[in-house]
Ligand binder design. Sequence first.
Ligand SMILES: N[C@@H](CCC(=O)N[C@@H](CS)C(=O)NCC(=O)O)C(=O)O
Length: 274
Amino acid sequence: MSTARINPSASAISTTIKHLTGKLQFARTHTFSPLKGSGRSRRNTLRGRTLTVSASSAAAVSEPLEVCVKASITTPNKLGDCPFTQRVLLTLEEKHLPYDIKLVDFAKKPQWFLKVSPEGKVPVIKIDEKWIADSDVITQELEEKFPDPPLGTPPEKASVGSKIFSTFIGFLKSKDPNDGTEEALLNELTAFNDYLKENGPFVNGKQISAADLSLGPKLYHLEISLGHYKNWSVPDSLPYVKSYMKTIFSMDSFVKTRALPEDVIEGWRPKVMG
Ligand SMILES: N[C@@H](CCC(=O)N[C@@H](CS)C(=O)NCC(=O)O)C(=O)O
């Protein structure tokens, strides 16, 4: 893809989160605040996080990595709904890498964004002066360039749960309760439940890995949108899936990078109505 620099004075809503690793400080510009809780706890959390930075991948980064993300359509200056973007942000968080978020207004994509992402898609990230698209490519690149802490999922486990997202979308879009889409989703969730029972609590056992960082945001979209549009939730007969979701959704990194539920609902509306 083409290489370009973001003009920081571009008219797009632009938000910067800077983890000033060298000075053990946290500086925030604009009002974007994906973290919940008081300013004090937020600062404390981030100070704690910053302290670990120098011992890990962050030591290899002098400047925050720039990431373009979708802006909220319901709330000014908030991160919008995109499970692929959250996957990348989770990877950055779990690797303790400093990053700057650029919120992109999807209703009016600015020229600077289309220059760095000709397909008009997020996420895109700038690594070594090059803009990289696609969460698969980005997370792979982050793993290679910043291997500590390692987040790779062994290849034989990398596709666990990978059909959950497509079957969830099939069910969400379905207008016929008897078309088998709910059953297809339940089959995938049941297979995942059985897998977790034997191999969990995470896809790669005790340690969280890339597969979980990809699946977590998709399950978050599933929970919110199926709850809203179909009054549906993961059945109690799948306790390992339920506890997996609870664990991932309550991680600090997840809370910090998640979309607002109202954005998730609005984001899926055209698909449900279409
Ligand atoms: N395969 C891509 C998918 C990225 C993607 O589809 N992003 C959506 C938002 S979640 C997007 O930017 N769509 C463009 C648009 O809606 O205009 C990835 O894994 O990063």
